[in-house]
Design a protein. Structure first.
Length: 136
């Protein structure tokens, strides 16, 4: 993200990861800020350190794949966003924006279900089967 002068940007529930330039893929490649204000909260930013702001992460985000930006079931971005910043009710797949993943702790802001960081809401359901063996 390039934030030029005379603009005040605010990023919440965002993921900035895997962008590259001649210097690599670090924090300055993800966010370049000139003489303006930028506020980043409840976002996952690729960096050697956690980007300044409430609720930010820098852990491996665990996308499904390079061309599939949905979150894997082990992503730290699941249930880690800020419910107060939600402006849409559905994700890019048309699924509800707030879905609780029961096995994932809610680390974001608000009352469960907590929104995920990024453009897609994760929804994983475990199915348990009971096997009954018949004896003849």
């Amino acid at each position: 993200m390039y934030n030029s002068s005379a603009s005040n940007a605010r990023l919440t529930n965002c993921i900035l990861w895997g962008n590259s330039d001649g210097s690599g893929t670090g924090e300055t490649t993800q966010i370049t800020n000139e003489t303006s204000a930028i506020t980043v909260t409840y976002s996952l930013i690729q960096s050697a350190t956690v980007y300044t702001g409430t609720g930010n992460l820098n852990a491996d985000l665990q996308f499904v794949g390079a061309d599939d930006l949905r979150l894997r079931d082990i992503s730290p971005a699941i249930d880690a966003g800020d419910n107060d910043a939600i402006t849409v009710t559905f994700d890019l797949d048309g699924n509800p924006r707030r879905v609780d993943v029961p096995d994932v702790p809610d680390t974001g802001n608000g009352t469960a279900p907590i929104v995920d960081m990024g453009a897609y809401e994760a929804s994983f359901y475990k199915t348990y089967l009971s096997l009954v063996r018949r004896s003849d």
